[in-house]
Design a protein around this ligand. Structure first.
Ligand code: FES
Ligand code: ZN
Length: 308
């Protein structure tokens, strides 16, 4: 198999684009897709400061690596969940990655905040992945706002976005369909949220990380069941196999024609926001924000059960 551009030996075959690339031409393709994704959706400019949330996985590290290469003003953010084994390994990889590339890194330690995920898991009777996601989003936003960043970028790829869109569509969840997309503008004390890898698949980010010699954290989260998303991704993968290019069409079609149809719904459903009395974070709860309530539950649990 030869590279479609330069005829050298190909290392990556991309069915959706009906092409194959050698290492250099693949990296150039990846660069173009990220640039197009940023420009088409006006995610951010070179003058703006972007906080990139990194977990140690292939998507977020590839994102930070490529944005830096393209000359964007980026800072990494790692939220240490304090999960025995897993968080320490991921943190080590993230720190080494940033050190080797001269990248600025902010680390937020949830144990220091009384929010270590194993404690939250014991104290809060709700599915831990949803609660953990909420806490991560809270810190992403708080650190972006407190640090004066213009946007917070995450490594969500086309497969993540399509699985989410598919799930929202299966439930016809109007509020989520109104809000989904690669760019959520800043509003009411929330920073702009962007997903620059929205045009690239998991397969492509994995090849990018591998071809750049990025040492990624591969172990799944020990709490994750991820069943529904994995099932949806499997369905979309089979569809893509039979009809290459369908995932990108599905997602782009939604951005152009689907989302505008739901936008009016979002405007009419917005709850009024007020600052959390404990931390100042915007919340519609009428009292403490979600993160402060969880912190209280963990403290309560520890008081009842001793510290462990
Ligand atoms: Fe948060 Fe698994 S990553 S519970
Ligand atoms: Zn709060």
């Amino acid at each position: 198999m030869k590279c479609k551009i330069c005829k050298a030996d190909a290392v990556v075959k991309l069915k959706a684009h009906n092409t194959a690339f050698c290492r250099e031409c693949f990296l150039a393709f990846f660069e173009r897709q990220v640039a197009k994704g940023i420009e088409k959706q006006k995610l951010f400019t070179r003058e703006e400061r972007v906080l990139v949330a990194i977990s140690g996985g292939k998507d977020s590290l590839s994102l930070l690596c490529e944005l830096k290469r393209q000359g964007y003003n980026v800072t990494g953010l790692f939220v240490d969940l304090a999960i025995a084994g897993s968080s320490g390994t991921a943190r080590g990889k993230v720190e080494a990655f940033c050190r080797e590339r001269g990248l600025e890194l902010i680390v937020k330690d949830l144990a220091e905040e009384g929010l270590a995920i194993p404690d939250v898991h014991k104290a809060v009777r709700r599915p831990i992945c949803a609660v953990c996601g909420k806490l991560k989003r809270y810190w992403f936003n708080k650190i972006a706002m407190d640090g004066g960043f213009d946007a917070i970028a995450t490594g969500h790829n086309l497969d993540d976005e399509c699985a989410r869109l598919f799930s929202n569509t299966l439930r016809w969840d109007q509020a989520y369909l109104a809000g989904q997309g690669p760019c959520l503008p800043a509003e009411h004390g929330f920073a702009r949220k962007v997903k620059p890898l929205w045009r690239l698949t998991e397969y492509e980010t994995a090849h990018y990380a591998f071809l750049n010699g990025i040492d990624t954290h591969k172990d799944p989260c020990p709490y994750s069941q991820g069943a529904s998303f994995t099932a949806l991704k499997g369905v979309l993968q089979r569809l893509e196999h039979a009809m290459p290019g369908r995932k990108l069409d599905f997602y782009q079609g939604f951005l152009k024609r689907g989302r505008p149809a739901f936008e009016s719904f979002q405007a009419s459903q917005d709850d009024p926001l007020a600052p959390c009395p404990a931390c100042g974070y915007p919340t519609s709860s009428g009292g403490l924000c979600g993160a402060c309530r969880i912190r209280g539950q963990v403290a309560e649990w520890k008081k009842e059960h001793g510290d462990g």
